[in-house]
Structure formats: C-alpha cells, structure tokens
Write a protein that binds this ligand. Structure first.
Ligand code: CU
Length: 150
C-alpha cells in the first residue's frame, strides 16, 4: 500500500467517524415481506436534538403491493394518523400533507430499498408516549412499536 493510499484511507475513516459521531441518535429498523418490523421498540436518549432514522426493506415485494415506511406520532394519535394517511395515498407517502400530529416520516419503499429521515426532537417530551408505525394501507395494526424518547 502506498503512503498516499494510506493517508487517503485515514482521511476517509476520519470523515465517516465525524458523520456518525452521534451514533445513539442514529437508529434503524428493518421491515420485510411478512409485514414485520425487526424491533418492537426504537429508543433514543432525550439528549438527541436531532435523530436520523433509517428504514431498510429487506424483502422483495414492490412498493405498490407491500411497501413500507416509518411514521412517528403520539401513540394516542396512531390510528387517526394512519386512517388519514391511507386517504392521502402513495404520492404523499400515506401521510396527510402537513399533518402536525406527525413528528417524522420516511418515504414508502419497496423490497431491497433503504430510506432515511433526519428530524428534530424539539416538539417531543422526555418520557412521552410515542409510537412508530407503517402507514401503508392495512399495515399499521401489525407494524407498530414504541418510540422511546428517554
Ligand atoms: Cu408496511
């Protein structure tokens, strides 16, 4: 390995370290063709002012048949947000446009795809009762879990 290549490798490693300095504020979840999330709980410390959430669709089904997204809302609003999202359609990622009940949401993706969203936790309260769910029609009842901000 030439000296120049070694230097370049270290420079790259340094960059990626900086980009992921707040690893506890970076979370990810997988979703599959069986309408399952890989976890029932997503948890971040309340010290995170900004969170990056990544969704990986590990299945093979296309977006229009078994697409998935992640929406974060108060648990008390989950069902209503999901119902309004269904009406909003795929072009709005199954989330009502400008829905103030929604803290964050990702695009709807199909098998083999990944997406992420970075959002502010400014409106969240430490210890609040939040949920994450998939708002693809028919999925929310099964595809949901707790989003902990503690
Ligand atoms: Cu889904």
């Amino acid at each position: 390995m030439s000296l120049r290549l070694v230097a370049a490798t270290f420079a790259l490693a340094g960059m990626s370290f900086n980009a992921h300095a707040n690893t506890e504020c970076d979370i990810s979840v997988d979703a599959n063709d069986m309408m399952q999330f890989s976890t029932k709980t997503l948890s971040i410390p309340a010290t995170c002012k900004e969170v990056t959430l990544t969704l990986n669709h590990t299945g093979k089904m296309p977006t229009h048949s078994t697409g998935h997204n992640v929406v974060i809302a108060d648990t008390a609003n989950l069902q209503a947000v999901a119902m309004d999202g269904m009406s909003a359609g795929l072009e709005n990622s199954y989330v009502k446009p400008n829905d103030v009940r929604v803290y964050a949401f990702t695009n709807v993706i199909g098998g083999g795809e990944s997406t992420s969203v970075t959002f502010s936790t400014e409106k969240m309260t430490q210890g609040g009762d939040y949920s994450f769910f998939c708002s693809f029609p028919g999925h929310w009842a099964i595809m949901q879990g707790k989003f902990e901000f503690k």
